[in-house]
Design a protein around this ligand. Structure first.
Ligand SMILES: Nc1nc(=O)c2c([nH]1)NC[C@@H]1CN(c3ccc(C(=O)N[C@@H](CCC(=O)O)C(=O)O)cc3)C=[N+]21
Length: 283
């Protein structure tokens, strides 16, 4: 048996095709969406993600606004960049690329993002609204995972979903989406305090591996036919990138998201979607 590939690149392209006419309609009314990015420091990974996001903008017709700050930027420098994007009418949504260098206090910076321009859905007000079932931009990676499953007809209603990892961008926030009435899944959150992760994986219809631990999910753990989403990335000693899911899981799973080429492109597709939706709401 070989799993159906949850092809994030092809799905992202399909979503871009759907966004293009919406962006064109906004542009006709002089309301072209604009994505801002605040990037601090020179981490090559972060630079490459931000570059990809601006390439995506060009593909769908979104304006991009970059604020790149040096690695030794102060809290006040980043506050200024955020204030400028809050005030700039050309910017309809923006993100502060995480993680920030350690001299910076991330919490207050995320608090400073105008909730109407929060493209990531990670600002405290947005996460609070999500908990309260109020309209809010949704965190991009969780939204991308759900969209990827939906477009491949993977059932979530009543499904047992095991999430591994409790980071804010994925593990902690995805349960908020999956347990809404519209998704109706039963969610188990695994982390370093979990006694038997393999047992939690074994009973899952859907596994979301977002721990950043190489090959944490092995073929003998997975229920035959389950959908497995490989979200984590880690770097091996020789500098190669590895996912959280062993490639042989493809022999057991019913659906598997490749990594790269799975959840990463979907995260970017949802960022573009959030920016377009914010522009549609802005008058
Ligand atoms: N405020 C904030 N929002 C984020 O959404 C955010 C962040 N900070 N910090 C870092 C993580 C990571 N992240 C990725 C997005 C796309 C790919 C992606 O498209 N990856 C490609 C491969 C790209 C490549 O090869 O370089 C793929 O999986 O196929 C990866 C990683 C967003 N993040």
């Amino acid at each position: 048996m070989s799993a159906t590939m949850l092809d994030g690149r092809a799905t992202k392209d399909a979503i871009f095709d759907e966004l293009r006419p919406r962006v064109a309609a906004l542009a006709e009314q002089g309301r072209t969406p604009g994505l801002g990015t605040v990037l601090v420091g020179d981490d090559p990974g972060s630079h490459s993600y931000v570059r990809a996001k601006h390439n995506d903008c060009a593909k769908v017709g979104i304006t991009s606004l970059r604020k790149d700050l040096p690695a030794d930027a102060t809290q006040a420098d980043v506050e200024t960049a955020i204030d400028e994007l809050n005030a700039d009418p050309a910017c309809t949504g923006y993100i502060v690329q995480l993680p920030l260098p350690k001299q910076l206090d991330t919490g207050p910076l995320l608090e400073r993002i105008d909730p109407a321009k929060d493209a990531d859905g990670l600002a405290p007000v947005s996460l609070g609204r999500l908990v309260l079932n109020e309209a809010a931009p949704l965190p991009c990676t969780p939204r991308g995972i759900i969209e990827l499953l939906r477009r491949h007809d993977v059932e979530l209603n009543g499904a047992n979903v095991t999430v591994i990892g409790r980071g804010i961008t994925v593990g902690r926030s995805i349960g908020l989406l999956l347990t809404r009435r519209s998704e109706n899944a039963t969610v188990t959150s695994c982390h370093t305090g979990t006694k038997d992760v393999a047992a939690e994986i074994a009973r899952a219809d859907v596994v979301v591996a977002a721990a950043g631990v190489r090959h944490l999910v092995m073929p003998d753990m997975v229920k035959p036919g389950a959908a497995v989403l490989d979200v984590g990335v880690s770097r091996t000693e020789d500098g190669a990138l590895a996912g959280d899911v062993h490639p042989d899981v493809a022999e057991v799973a019913g659906f598997l998201s490749p990594n790269p080429g799975g959840v990463g492109p979907m995260t970017r597709a949802m960022l573009m979607t959030n920016v377009v939706e914010a522009a549609e709401r802005a008058s």
